[in-house]
Design a protein around this ligand. Structure first.
Ligand code: FRU
Length: 733
């Protein structure tokens, strides 16, 4: 479940990250619908673009209709369809484009009509120069230029386009004020040079010889230049040519005036940057002028040079600006790429971290589950061990005595039926033992190292139990076995098996067992494991730790049958591990083996037999016996130090070692097989032997020196030990 939460968290973080990556500033889409495509439109478009650079949130979409109404209508519709936020439109003609503009406006898109007009009222703002005024001023200029006299031709712009109509009206009204000026022809152009050329050429062809023309007014500079071309081709004196637009640049009107190809022009302002500002003001809800009139000026021979310089300077600045923008956008692109890269790297790092955290949490959880499972299994196992212990103990106490009974003479006289019934009981007890074992095995999943009931059965049936014969009275030589078990019945049962062969001591828990082991120093200990106060493992450890008891073999007799339990038992220092229910003879054999295999230091003083001493006399009294045990080393040192003291008693020796007489007796007996008294005597005799062979002292002197109270007793002991009298040793030396 926790893993699922983490997964959801990771997904959420990825989504947030991706969202932050893709979140770009909303940009206004401004559609620009141009009626034509020429140098005037080019200039305006680039000004619009530069204007847009100053607004990060503006994007322009240009369309040029190439003087075609249908194309412009279609372009406006498709701009609207792409979802523009504002439309800037220079309508080709006054009436034809209006429906498309209306459609855009009705969709809620703000519309700026610029430079040319329409007959619809559905627009948001208008921006442009006053074409009537322009035509009028040009009319005034022409009249002045011709000194109120002369014949002129007017070449119109596209029919139906508002600047053509207004410029014509203004021009004609101004000319009408000057009766000396005669407009001999008004030719229909369409703002393009070729049309103007054709129209003028046709007129000239038709009206050859009708009189000199003094001036041609073309409604834009291209028209004027088309007319000039026709006149130049026709030959003869050229009239003056006036146009409108007054553009800067190579083929612009200002240079044409400067080069005297045109007599005058009129700057027709483009002001694209101003147009964009108006658009942004509208889009961002700032106040704006509904109608903006752009200012304009006449270009003549007088001011052309200055205007050219200025306009070229402006153009140069524009180009610089353009270049700067290009550089900036290149850097911005790079920055954008780097940002994307950083985002991707961060996302990857984040994902990796999330993954690592996920994996870590997963393993943590798995380990926790595993721990819990192990704990549960252990608890379960402990429970089963406990239960099996509870079952094994009474089983032992049924099975063992029953086996014993069936093999004793007492039972020989029982009826066949009684024997049969007992056999059934015994078989089923073994069967029950088998079931207990199986139950425990099923829990552990391994096989208990304990013998199967069949094996136990085989032993108990095939080998009649050797019931120990009673040891007469308190036989000093019978080893002492300490039984430690909290179950009185088990103790009684063990007693029944061991009594007669061993002296027995009993304790009901480890603590009491330890006290007895120290006080009495038994030859062997049989102990249960699960006991109150101090358990068998702890007890065993303590026994092995203590100098007094460390040598005592310990048999753990327990219901804890698992391998793990046995390992624990041996780790605590146990010498044997027998599981319940047990076979009595197995226990007896084990006890016997352990007692037999005790490593006893028999020849503590490195004594030589007298005969050997005769052939190879060697002063070996002080030759060190192999020291296996620190205790024995200490004992030896004590004996040697007090050897000469004929009054030295075992109690004194024990006291000097900080022990009781019993403790010393049993410990020494267990480790050497001899009693302390024997060892003391042997030490004296060994030294006496050495002195007999290596000194000139008399036998009596030697006897006293090695601590014998009387020389005769010394001689007796010497003879008992070596088979010869001391005098013989003296003779041979
Ligand atoms: C450019 C142009 C100019 C003229 C204006 C009139 O397309 O033809 O030359 O002054 O349009 O709208």
């Amino acid at each position: 479940m926790q893993i699922n939460y983490q997964f959801a968290f990771i997904i959420l973080m990825i989504m947030v990250l991706l969202a932050s990556c893709s979140q770009e500033e909303k940009k206004y889409q401004i559609g620009v619908s141009q009626c034509s495509d020429d140098i005037w439109r080019d200039k305006q478009n680039s000004e619009l673009q530069i204007g847009a650079y100053f607004h990060d949130n503006v994007e322009l979409r240009f369309a040029a209709a190439y003087d075609s109404d249908e194309r412009q209508i279609q372009q406006i519709d498709s701009l609207v369809a792409t979802g523009i936020d504002l439309l800037i439109v220079a309508p080709n003609q006054v009436s034809t484009i209006s429906p498309a503009i209306d459609r855009a406006y009705d969709k809620g898109i703000p519309v700026i009509v610029f430079e040319r007009k329409t007959n619809t009222k559905k627009y948001t703002a208008y921006m442009g120069a006053d074409n009537y005024e322009m035509g009028h001023l040009m009319g005034e200029y022409v009249a002045t230029r011709l000194n109120e006299r002369g014949r002129i031709i007017e070449v119109m712009g596209l029919k139906g386009s508002s600047p053509a109509i207004e410029r014509h009206n203004g021009f004609r009204e101004a000319i009408a004020q000057h009766p000396g000026i005669q407009v001999v022809a008004t030719l229909q152009g369409d703002w393009t040079e070729p049309t103007a050329y054709n129209m003028v050429k046709q007129w000239l062809d038709k009206n050859k010889g009708d009189g000199k023309i003094d001036l041609v007014f073309g409604m834009n500079d291209r028209t004027a230049m088309g007319a000039r071309k026709a006149f130049e081709e026709a030959g003869g004196a050229l009239p003056l040519f006036c146009g409108i637009d007054g553009l800067p640049g190579e083929n612009g009107g200002i240079r044409l005036v400067q080069d005297s190809l045109l007599d005058a022009s009129y700057i027709y302002p483009t002001h694209g940057d101003q147009l964009i500002q108006l658009a942004v003001d509208i889009l961002e809800g700032r106040p704006y002028e509904k109608e903006t009139k752009l200012m304009s000026a006449l270009v003549t021979q007088e001011n052309a040079r200055v205007l050219l310089m200025e306009s070229e300077e402006i153009m140069r600045q524009s180009r610089n600006l353009e270049q700067l923008h290009e550089k900036a956008s290149k850097y911005l692109d790079q920055l954008g790429n780097q940002r994307t890269l950083i985002f991707v790297a961060l996302a990857a790092i984040f994902l990796l971290l999330a993954l690592l955290v996920g994996i870590y949490m997963y393993y943590l959880q798995r380990a926790r589950i595993q721990d819990e499972r192990t704990k549960m299994e252990r608890e379960q196992l402990d429970f089963y061990t406990q239960v099996s212990h509870e079952l094994r103990t009474p089983l032992t106490l049924i099975q063992g005595p029953l086996d014993q009974l069936l093999r004793t003479n007492d039972f020989r006289d029982a009826s066949d039926n009684a024997r049969e019934l007992f056999t059934i009981v015994r078989r089923n007890t073994h069967h029950l033992t088998g079931l207990v074992n199986k139950m425990l095995d099923a829990q552990v999943g391994t096989h208990s190292p304990e013998m199967s009931s069949a094996e136990v059965d085989a032993i108990t049936v095939s080998q009649p139990i050797a019931v120990p014969t009673e040891v007469n009275g308190q036989d000093e030589d019978a080893p002492t076995v300490l039984i430690v078990d909290d179950n009185a019945d088990i103790r009684a049962y063990l007693r029944s098996i061991l009594q007669g062969k061993y002296h027995l001591l009993e304790a009901e828990d480890g603590q009491r067992g330890l006290e007895l082991a120290r006080e009495q120093v038994p030859d062997l200990i049989v102990s249960d494991v699960m006991m109150p106060v101090m358990n068998g493992l702890e007890f065993c450890q303590q026994v092995k730790k203590d100098d007094i008891s460390s040598h005592i073999p310990v048999i753990l007799l327990t219901a804890r049958a698992l391998e793990r339990h046995q390992i624990e038992g041996y780790e605590s220092g146990a010498d044997a591990y027998i599981t319940k229910p047990f076979s009595p003879e197995l226990l007896l054999v084990r006890i016997d083996n352990l007692l037999q295999s005790r490593h006893q230091l028999k020849d503590l003083w490195g004594m030589k037999p007298a005969t050997a001493a005769v052939t190879t006399p060697e002063p070996t009294v002080t030759a060190p016996a192999p020291i296996e045990d620190a205790f024995i080393a200490r004992f030896k040192q004590m004996v040697e130090e007090h050897l000469a003291d004929s009054n030295l008693s075992v109690e004194d020796l024990a006291a000097s070692m900080g022990l009781s007489r019993v403790q010393l007796y049993r410990k020494v007996k267990a480790l050497t097989g001899s009693t302390p008294v024997d060892l003391l005597r042997k030490a004296r005799l060994a030294q006496a032997q050495s002195l007999l062979q290596g000194s000139t002292l008399s036998v009596s002197e030697i006897a006293y020196k090695v601590g014998f109270a009387s020389p005769s007793y010394f001689t007796k002991c010497y003879k008992d030990e070596f088979g010869t009298v001391p005098g013989d040793a003296r003779k041979s030396s």
